[in-house]
Design a protein around this ligand. Structure first.
Ligand code: NAD
Length: 298
């Protein structure tokens, strides 16, 4: 099967590499040249536009920042819709607004092109390992056709419902991750100020009820003051904005998500939008006037 891949950033590049390793032939495109060159070196062919990529593929994967980027790449000038063959399938793996997924689906359906939304969780390390969690929205028959391809990049692939359901699930995921990071930050700042080494706190609680994948991934980073992304605060702001829009559109109050969104906004104002979302701890550090580090306060 020929696969097109549009968007070779932190996530898309290793995901595309895993498809190459699995033996698929790949046509790739990104607005930035460097990752395209890297993929060509690994065995892919360079496309000249999303349209070009689509014209050479039966299945087209997009992995782009947000709804407007996906709309441009799929529906815009020289977009996927101009090149895709009848019966081909678009798999959007970006995390975007569920409403945007449905709009893309409708536009593509008019041209006889199928689409599913299939956002992922797991971050760069799992994108590299090929163990992402994929949450899918779309028709069962289309899901059945693409599941094998998705499983080459994933540890789990779950069909959550109709088109848009993948992104609703991803919003739920992002709310839980954001709130976990905020809770970890608040607790580590308290432990440090109360005179206990936060690394000892982490080691003592990680196997108990408070332990989590988020804690295991982020605590070692923040205890060293390492905020290199990973997942940038600006992308988490994007996801929380999509969560708030969806919440307000469906009449769902989300008070904790609203609060953490404001903490993230404060980080952005502080010039830290490009840092890893674990860097949210700096918001709490500033409030308390300390730094959280291994060993605690010296
Ligand atoms: P990124 O910014 O590193 O990569 C996005 C890529 O898209 C860039 O290479 C950019 O040049 C390219 N691009 C933008 N507009 C384009 C266009 N019109 N045509 C072609 N290429 C275009 O972002 P990322 O971290 O790889 O994230 C991608 C998506 O995956 C986002 O929706 C994000 O929320 C989601 N996600 C990210 C992570 C993570 O840890 N980074 C984890 C899970 C999900």
């Amino acid at each position: 099967m020929n696969i097109g891949f549009v968007g070779l950033g932190i996530m898309g590049k290793p995901m595309a590499k895993n498809l190459l390793k699995a033996g698929y032939s790949l046509v790739v495109y990104d607005v930035v040249a460097a990752p395209v060159a890297e993929l060509v070196k690994a065995g892919a062919t360079a496309g000249t536009s999303p349209k070009d990529v689509a014209s050479k593929s039966e299945l087209i994967i997009t992995m782009l920042p947000n709804s407007p980027h996906v709309k441009t790449a799929v529906l815009g000038e020289n977009g996927v819709i101009e090149g895709a063959k009848l019966g081909s399938i678009v798999v959007d793996m970006s995390s975007i607004a569920p409403l945007a997924s449905r709009e893309l689906y409708e536009a593509l359906a008019k041209k006889g092109i199928e689409m599913i939304d299939a956002p992922v969780s797991g971050g760069e390390p799992k994108a590299i390992d090929g163990t992402l969690s994929v949450m899918v929205g779309g028709k069962q028959a289309v899901f059945d056709k693409v599941k094998d391809v998705l499983s080459k990049m994933a540890g789990s692939v779950v069909l959550c419902g109709d088109i848009g359901a993948g992104n609703v699930t991803k919003l739920a995921n992002q709310m839980i991750v954001a709130l976990n990071i905020a809770a970890m930050s608040e607790a580590f700042v308290l432990a440090t100020k109360a005179g206990v080494d936060p690394e000892k706190v982490f080691n003592a609680i990680k196997g108990g009820l408070a332990g989590s994948t988020v804690l295991n991934a982020k605590a070692p980073m923040v205890l060293e003051g390492n905020y290199k992304p990973g997942f940038r605060i600006e992308l988490h702001i994007k996801d929380l904005q999509n969560a708030l829009d969806t919440a307000h559109g469906t009449g769902t109050p989300v008070p904790l998500t609203s609060a953490v969104m404001e903490f993230m906004q404060a980080m952005k104002v502080d010039g830290k939008a490009g840092e890893d979302h674990g860097g949210l701890i700096q918001f709490y550090e500033k409030l308390a006037g300390i730094k959280v580090r291994k060993g605690g306060l010296k």
